[in-house]
Design a protein around this ligand. Sequence first.
Ligand SMILES: [Zn+2]
Ligand SMILES: [Zn+2]
Length: 329
Amino acid sequence: MTEGEVSSTASGQTGHGPGARRKTIDSPYIHRLQRRHFLLFDILPILGTVAAVAFLAVRPFGVTDFALLFGMWLITGLGVTVGYHRLFTHRTFKARPWVTWVLAVTGSMAGQGPVVSWVALHRRHHEYSDREGDPHSPNLSGQGWRGRLRGLAHSHFLWMRRHEYPNVVHYAPDLIKDRALVRISRLYYYWVLLGLALPAVLGGVLTMSWTAAVSGLLWGGLVRIFVLEHIVWAINSFLHMFGTRPYESRENSHNGGVFALATLGESWHNNHHAFPDSPSFGLDWYRLDPGFWLIKSLAVLGLAWDLKVPSRTRIAAKRITPGSTRPAT
Ligand SMILES: [Zn+2]
Ligand SMILES: [Zn+2]
């Protein structure tokens, strides 16, 4: 759904007396958009992945397919963690306007929603983490193993079918004032299409073959969306249930250090909830955090500045047991 479509609906839903503004919007129109988005960008990549495996009978997985899958995953994954998450949601650093636009476009190609909507949803997640109002908590679906399984399925995937939509006027006023960003957000579906067309064209042109173009579309496009979205969703589901908790935070977020590279640093999720304004999720140099490496590189080049890395004292003050971590719950 586009931010434009939603904000026009939002303005019609906020008139409850002067100054009153709903935090969420509920309308059949918005739920229709959510259902469409769920089918197009959550179900279709699963079917695309099945098709990619079947297509191996026509064309085996080669170096070009691997390069397109890996390259597109890295570009769009960094767009989500550095652009959507660390820059636009939490404002953990500042950057040149063209850098912010590139990050917004590459993040959009991931198929996880327009930047303005994504930011509004994620700010609401931080506001209500693991309490009523959190769009995707795994911990609110009952007790026992059944409740936990239901919670995992809800937070990983199923919540997107239909959910309360955060009012962007309330949650992302800074973003909707930025005309360029609103324009990028409105063109969301075109960016997703571009993200599918790019690997198809590259695959076809690099090898001058139609089967390679189809293979590029499947591996660099649909499989890449499938892989990245399950990585991002696993942060919402598994890391709000399992892992280590070195820092005090009021919700149930955990770190999953072994997944640091695969998640581009996002799996330091307890660190992130404890210090949401930090551009570094690893907090220490030895905790791998590719997203922060990109931000540091941009800073070295003079393209990013004002990195709000917390002081050692502030970090130490939130440590649960200095020098050790509490076992997983
Ligand atoms: Zn966050
Ligand atoms: Zn979280």
